[in-house]
Design a protein around this ligand. Structure first.
Ligand code: G3D
Ligand code: MG
Length: 185
């Protein structure tokens, strides 16, 4: 018998400054590896992850996450916008050892919400395994409250919270899409 396809196919984009750990989070999640870069192509890398999500108690559905990751940092605004179009979810990463990456969160947020005003966004404080942290956790929590988005601390190196970050944001997105569909009919 043919296997049933996913009920949800969700485009998810990685946002945030260079070297904050976007690619590392994706590699940890999709291949459970760290430190081996996939060959950087020019433009966009796409990874797929198929998961079973318990959307309600006892109700498990299949979802496919299509993860978009920009190789290198785009200098052109229209390239970034094209990359974002059609996303249901974004994970917006900053590096807890580099305050400048945290200060740029608001701009990433603004750029993305202009293109995708209804998507789910999760703010990710990455590299929490390091002992030279320079962005206090309270600052991250505060900004996430202002922006009204979820916030989570991760380490792509140890794997801490990485899977949780992805599954949590997918679950939120599925609930949001279900609500939107329910309003339509
Ligand atoms: P990007 O895709 O956002 O540009 P990368 O970032 O995933 O390429 O990561 C940039 C650098 O940070 C890499 O180091 C990577 O190994 C490191 N890194 C990513 N996540 C973590 C983490 O959680 N903890 C620690 N300690 N390092 C991390 P290199 O040396 O290859 O530049
Ligand atoms: Mg990268």
């Amino acid at each position: 018998m043919e296997e049933e396809g996913p009920k949800y196919v969700l485009k998810m984009v990685a946002l945030g400054d260079g070297a904050v750990g976007k690619t590392s989070c994706i590699m940890r999640y999709t291949e459970d590896s760290f430190g081996e870069k996939y060959k950087a192509t020019i433009g966009t890398n796409i990874a797929l992850k198929n998961i079973d999500v318990e959307v309600r108690k006892g109700e498990v559905v299949k979802a496919q996450i299509v993860l978009w990751d920009l190789a290198g940092q785009p200098t052109y605004k229209d390239l970034r916008s094209r990359y974002m179009v059609g996303s249901s979810i974004a994970f917006l990463v900053y590096d807890v050892t580099r305050p400048s990456t945290f200060l740029n969160v608001a701009e990433w947020y603004r750029n993305f919400t202009t293109v995708c005003p209804h998507a789910v966004i999760i703010l990710v404080a990455n590299k929490v395994d390091r002992d030279d942290q320079a962005v206090p956790r309270e600052a991250g929590e505060m900004v996430s409250r202002w922006l009204d988005i979820e916030w989570i601390e991760t380490s792509a190196k140890t794997g801490a919270n990485v899977e949780k970050m992805f599954t949590k944001s997918v679950l939120m997105t599925i609930h949001k899409e279900d609500e939107r569909l329910a309003r339509k009919f």
